[in-house]
Write a protein that binds this ligand. Structure first.
Ligand code: PLP
Length: 571
């Protein structure tokens, strides 16, 4: 947070800007109370505040800022009478609240609430700018955006406010061009339009003090520093300088005072704050050679099916260093024919299994024989990559990886003194084939597999029943668990809050248990108490018929009780 403060303060100082800067942290980006409390405490010292977008968020914001009346609380989002009333009453209590008018009809509600409570509240108006954003959230801006008032509506609002003696409350002009704005040019265009609007309104007598440029300050997830979806082509310093410079120079040209600046930078503040740690619970590798017994049996049949002979021939040719491309194509063809014959009932299980193993073995032999793969086989290593099973739900903890193909840096956080000799893709434990990650950060772009360590061998596992192998998913602090959902009823994962002191030492502040089975069942209207009663009736019936002994019945009840209170992920 102090980096953000310093970035803008430096730009303000260097460019001789007359206003100040503050940031309001949007709760929706990560509403975890412990995260919000840290932001609140640091933010208070830095003159920052909070942004909320709904009634529950406003109540959370009011609770977080209790006793900190000066802390700005910006209220965005769709508003009913109750939401506006809540904001007005908070202002009446002395809170530093800005209600932002997002839809024209909200003005009348603000005005009615102000009349009811005898105060002129401070509010902002969100402008629907023509400048459109870039990237996945470009739709948050532009003239067809969901929020904000058009220029005509703003003019109408000024008339309305003047007639109702509320113009003195219009203190903030707001806009938001969408999250993760990756191109600084787009920021400049938006800020220029906002500044021009401010200048004209100010000249028309609107006492705007604050220009709020919304969120959008992006994160370089893939390290490419480019104008692409998972990166940004600017630094914080460049962002701050361009915002301050654009607004300052437009105001200077028009002889209008520099307004204070505000941003609602959420992603930038919290993306780095969180790392998802996840255990690999197993892996699937493809055969590197055919099972000799199986192959012998398949070949020794009276009349081995042609695909078995072809697949075997392909495998032999690759092992002898023959034309890899043709041999691999022959193996592929043999597998396709074997599948078709098996489907028609003309091939037995052993022959089919032998064809499959020969196919994988042929691919694997090509890979190990050749450093540079010929054209046409360049994606072979991806096709033969291992599959690593992770004890997580992509839909709960890495939603953007599934929903919008967001790249997060991933790497093993164990065995870092060993060369990772395998390549793999990652799959989660949901019953959904979409629950997989097969795009990873790579130099200059992305890659389809990740370098990983070989899984523990059977004998290693026998020697020590738990050899953990954990992967870390980085930059997951913004929007992930918050947006994540209950696919397969896999709930929130455990969270550990860690802080680093001034002396550089870290400590665990809080451990927040993830959802229990009864928690997630409750969210889909299953009552754990009722489930207990139903299962208890079953146990009693089994006791009555002698299927269970009283001792077995008691331990079964205990087992179900423990399961209902247990963790939703694998143990
Ligand atoms: N402000 C508003 C109005 C938003 O809708 C959002 C999110 O899209 C933000 C701020 C936060 O944006 P970001 O996380 O990109 O900073």
């Amino acid at each position: 947070m102090s980096v953000l403060r310093d970035g803008f303060d430096k730009a303000i100082l260097e460019l001789g800007y007359g206003g100040s800067y503050s940031c309001v942290y949007p709760l929706k980006v990560n509403q975890g109370r412990h995260v919000c409390e840290v932001i609140r405490d640091f933010g208070y010292e830095l003159g920052f505040g909070l942004e909320v977008g709904s009634k529950p968020e406003l109540l959370a914001g009011l609770s977080l800022t209790c006793g900190m009346n000066g802390m700005p609380l910006v209220c965005n989002g769709f508003k009913d009478v109750e939401y506006i009333e809540m904001a007005t009453l908070a202002a009446k209590m002395g809170r530093n609240v800005f209600t932002v008018v997002e839809q024209a009809y909200e003005l009348e509600r603000i005005s009615a609430s102000a009349l009811r409570h005898g105060l002129v509240p401070r509010f902002g108006v969100r402008a629907k700018l023509a400048a459109s954003g870039v990237g996945r959230w470009a739709g948050s801006s532009g003239l067809r955006g969901k929020f904000g008032l058009t220029t005509g509506e703003i003019l109408h609002a000024v008339d309305y406010l003047t007639k109702n003696e509320l113009l003195s409350g219009f203190r903030m002009l707001h806009c938001h061009m969408g999250s993760q704005v990756f191109d600084l040019r787009a920021v400049k265009v938006m800020v220029s339009e906002l500044a021009q609007l401010y200048v004209q309104l100010w000249k028309a007598g609107v006492p705007i003090e604050v220009l709020n440029i919304g969120g959008g300050l992006g994160i370089d997830y893939d390290g490419t520093q480019s104008a692409s979806a998972c990166s940004v082509n600017y630094t914080l310093e460049q962002y701050a300088c361009d915002v301050v410079d654009r607004i300052g120079s437009i105001c200077d040209r028009e002889g209008v005072p520099h307004p204070d600046l505000m941003s609602e930078s959420g992603r930038w503040l919290v993306a780095h704050s969180s790392l998802l740690v996840c255990e690999v619970i197993g892996s699937r590798t493809f055969p590197t050679g055919p099972n000799p017994d199986l192959l012998e049996r398949a070949l020794q049949k009276d009349c081995p099916p042609q695909p078995v002979l072809d697949a075997h021939n392909a495998y032999r040719r690759v092992c002898e260093g023959d034309d890899f491309l043709r041999a691999y194509a022959e193996a592929e063809n043999a597998l396709a024919e074997a599948t078709a014959l098996f489907g028609l009932g003309h091939m037995d299980l052993e022959a089919k299994a032998a064809c499959e193993e020969l196919f994988w073995a042929t691919g694997s032999a090509v890979l190990s024989a050749q450093e540079e793969l010929p054209d046409g086989l360049d994606s072979l290593s991806d096709r033969l990559a291992d599959i690593y099973f992770l004890n997580l739900s992509v839909f709960q903890s890495l939603l953007d990886s599934w929903g919008i193909e967001q790249l997060f840096p991933v790497l093993p956080i164990h065995r870092l003194d060993e060369q990772p000799t395998r390549r793999g893709v990652l799959v989660d434990i949901t019953c959904d084939s979409d629950g997989r990650i097969d795009r990873f950060v790579a130099e200059g772009g992305s890659k389809a597999t990740l370098e990983l360590h070989p899984p523990a061998s059977e004998s290693e596992l026998r020697a020590c029943s738990t050899i953990p192998y954990y992967l870390g998913f980085f930059l997951t602090g913004a929007y992930q668990e918050t947006l994540g959902d209950l696919h397969n009823l896999l709930g929130d994962s455990h969270a550990v809050h860690v802080s680093v002191g001034d002396d550089g030492h870290w400590r665990i502040d809080t451990i927040v248990d993830g959802d229990s089975v009864s928690d997630v069942l409750g969210r889909v209207q299953f009552d754990a108490a009722e489930i207990r009663i139903q299962l208890d009736e079953d146990v009693r019936a089994a006791l009555g018929t002698g299927r269970l002994t009283p001792k077995e019945g008691a331990s079964l009840r205990q087992f179900f009780d423990d399961s209902l209170e247990g963790y939703t992920y694998l143990k």
